[in-house]
Design a protein. Sequence first.
Length: 127
Amino acid sequence: MKHRFLELRGAVYTIEIMLASIIYSLAFLIRNPKFYPALIYIVLAAAVMLYILVAKKETFDERGWQSFMKASAVTFFVSVFALVLFTILMLWTQWVVTLSVFLLLIVLSAVILIHGIAFIMIDSGAV
């Protein structure tokens, strides 16, 4: 049973990492439309994600769901803390940041990576 759970945890972590890397590659593809390796990577990573989603039939047990929800709470806390810190920094230094699709996609991929790292650390008992 534990071996199947570890496989499921690895699948969820892999899906989160692949999704973050797809979004990150998409950001660079939007920034530079002639960056064709990003397009190839997006297609290959999406295919791997789809295969993992179709191949896994197991579901989380109660401990897995609790770890996933704790990771979501940690991700929310880190995101809000980073936004407040960035806002204070911008007020003190008079920085002006123009939001673009590129920047928003990079931030989104970072948030997904934070969730994946928090999930794997909480679920493995490292925290």
